[in-house]
Design a protein around this ligand. Sequence first.
Ligand SMILES: *Cc1c(COP(=O)(O)O)cnc(C)c1O
Length: 398
Amino acid sequence: MMIAERATRIKPSPTLQMDTRAKEMKAQGIDVLSFSVGEPDFDTPEHIKEAAIRALREGKTKYTPVGGIPELKEAIIEKFKRDNGLDYKPEEIIVSCGAKHSLYNIAQAILSPGDEVIIPSPYWVSYPAQVLLNDGIPVVVETSEDEGFTLSAEALKEKITPKTKAIMLNYPSNPTGLTYSVDALSKIAEIAIENNIYIISDEVYEKLLYDGLKHTSIASLSEEVKSKTLVVNGISKAYSMTGWRIGYTAGPAEIIKAMTKIQSQSTSNPTSIAQWASVEALKGPQDFLDDMVAEFDQRRKLLVDELNKIDGISCRMPQGAFYAFPNITGVLGKKTPEGEVISDSSALAMYLLEKAHVALVPGSAFGAEGYIRISYATSRENILEGVKRIREALDRLS
Ligand SMILES: *Cc1c(COP(=O)(O)O)cnc(C)c1O
């Protein structure tokens, strides 16, 4: 059988091997603690579920307008105004089947063959793959831990060519948990405007910020920046609704129109019931968020403090999202009792899975060797037990 060349451009997720092995071990009855999860461990709030049930009972079970029901677009417009000081019209909004689908639609709508998209690393695993699937070229720019893993103006300028179509931003970041200062955003925006490049800003972790930090959408810096920016957001992470598959994009009407056309010929509308539930998520009581953020905040401090007590590991305090991204270079090159060398983050992740029964994601999956990603979307009890297992396993290295 022949498959399309397109499908050969991308590899299966690098975490797949780990996942498969972790599942095998669990099936054998081994107590594997998972720190690889990319979703909140809380249930969707009751009032949101009720809204979905109401929609079902009221027969809101048919096709909706492709880009979303007017009520949801209105709720999204209100959200942008309330939270980000941004004014959008309905024709500048499209609702898609999750923020991942929003990003895919953007790539479909703006990329022509050979167009380059600048992606700072560490990056979310799907960014380069989506660019490749849409005939574009991912141009990865490494950022450094010293700079808080944020893209500097100098590094960005170096990568711009006449083919550059867009810059990909994600803050608070998955995997680093760090975010951008307004100053850093302004510098990037300035370069984007000068060079006539789109900014794709993935802000799905906007609500998960700690220490009183406030999120600033890059689009809110000026009307000019707004005219070049596609803001991607969703309800998955903020409202613990990953399974509902609702994400949205705000941006220039011309691009939103193209995305809507593409969506009309591929998925059609996102699920009607999930859209009604999302109206409730955005417009209903928001106190769930405070509780969730407070709990993540406690776990974050617990995890990072414990990790920093381990020899060979150093971890910055994340500012947002629910991931810690410790530096593990102090462990690389050591040998296991069986004589195997821990040569990179994948080898370490495999060792920790096999010998400590702890599942986490190697930094290489995010284009950042020398790190591992540990999700704290799990109980404090699991965090303490997991770190203890990691420490004991690392103590056995020489
Ligand atoms: C989870 C995640 C998404 C996708 O979220 P969905 O709305 O569930 O598709 C997008 N970007 C980042 C960085 C994420 O971590």
